[in-house]
Design a binder for this molecule. Structure first.
Ligand SMILES: NC(=O)c1ccc[n+]([C@@H]2O[C@H](COP(=O)([O-])OP(=O)(O)OC[C@H]3O[C@@H](n4cnc5c(N)ncnc54)[C@H](O)[C@@H]3O)[C@@H](O)[C@H]2O)c1
Length: 328
């Protein structure tokens, strides 16, 4: 135990892959935290990394009865969250719950109906990513010409979930970004999903839509040889590529485009039918990289301090879940 546990007001539930990353950021903000995992070995691994800053709780009820603990961070699998969220809301805690949070609309609607003056925030990390904010500005800047096409690629080998599909796990990120860019989401997406490793649980998914006159592709896989995290934007006059895996120059703006010449410009039928490609200079804008997880958690604590409804609130999460709910 750390010397003064009296001041600790935050507990992390779930010390798996993502919980470990969250712990690092929480410690940077809060200095010391409580942790609980139903697999206590995972708590011990975490404590080894931060011996003086992690206080392991052996059961959940200790956290519930501890009135000093006001804030809960849930980094548990979505299949466990309905039950956990119910308990913590009943005990009047402020809650940060990792995306996509709940499994379906029925579950999230249960919480939407509850009256509670505590903060409930969903962990959609890309909303706190400086590069994504840059791409959003590019997408919404009329000077770049009309947006024609958006492509999202999120592929890797693992982590392979056994309680939710690849869309549910990964497209939730891309849908949150799409929602952030366009301020709305298509009602329905066309889907081609492939359950390869396990029946009824797709490992690869291809989603597409035409929305606000923009063609959209979302490609996700946890069965891929390399890690890909890319967003492509094609506008009438420019193109942008955001490659999150690149060390430097993650964003490149291409001053190039293709179009068919206006019919009046050519009398010759051959030229009228040939698309022209225009090339200009490419450049990589300077974007100050940040630690999105740290900034996201800081924002959560600011919302608590100022009693402000978070941007990624239950309505935001529901909008994404509404689409996920319709998928394979
Ligand atoms: N924001 C992001 O970029 C990001 C990245 C990865 C994962 N996530 C999300 O984080 C959540 C967790 O993912 P993960 O990859 O860490 O999974 P994980 O399986 O590695 O870890 C989950 C942990 O929760 C524990 N757990 C399960 N049920 C529990 C319960 N009832 N009480 C206490 N502990 C319990 C497990 O023992 C495990 O240690 C998921 O919702 C996932 O979508 C978000």
């Amino acid at each position: 135990m750390s010397k003064n546990t009296k001041k600790i007001d935050t507990a992390l539930i779930g010390c798996g892959y993502w919980g470990t990353n969250i712990a690092k950021s929480l410690i940077a903000i809060k200095k010391s935290i409580y942790v609980f995992d139903e697999n206590q070995d995972n708590c011990k691994i975490l404590k080894k990394r931060f011996p003086n800053l992690i206080n392991i709780e052996k059961n959940l009820s200790n956290i519930l009865v501890n009135k000093k603990i006001k804030n809960i961070i849930l980094a548990t699998p979505p299949s466990k969250n309905y039950k956990l969220l119910k308990i913590f809301i009943k005990n009047k805690k402020n809650i940060f719950i990792e995306k996509p949070g709940l499994k379906n609309l029925k579950e999230i609607d249960y919480f939407k109906k509850l009256k509670n003056n505590k903060i409930l925030m969903f962990g959609y990390i890309y909303m706190f990513n400086n590069y994504i904010n840059f791409v959003k500005k590019f997408v919404t800047d009329k000077k770049n010409g009309r947006i024609l096409y958006l492509k999202f690629q999120r592929q890797n080998l693992g982590p392979i979930r056994n309680d939710v599909s690849v869309s549910y796990d990964l497209s939730s990120h891309d849908l949150s970004i799409l929602y952030y860019f366009l301020g709305d989401l298509p009602k329905k997406l066309c889907e081609n999903s492939y359950p390869i490793l396990k029946k009824k649980l797709p490992d690869i998914s291809n989603l597409s839509a035409k929305f606000k006159n923009i063609y959209i592709d979302i490609h996700n896989s946890w069965l891929n040889p390399d890690k890909v995290r890319r967003i492509t934007v094609v506008t009438k006059k420019k193109m942008l590529l955001f490659d999150e895996m690149k060390k430097d120059n993650k964003i490149v703006i291409y001053n190039k485009y293709a179009e068919y010449p206006k019919i009046s410009e050519f009398n010759d039928k051959f030229f009228r039918q040939k698309a022209k490609i225009y090339f200009g200079k490419n450049y990589s804008p300077k974007v100050k990289s940040n630690n999105p997880l740290l900034d996201e958690l800081k924002y959560f604590f600011r919302c608590i301090k100022n009693n402000k409804k978070p941007f990624t609130n239950i309505d935001f999460a529901r909008k994404i879940l509404k689409i996920l709910d319709k998928l394979y």
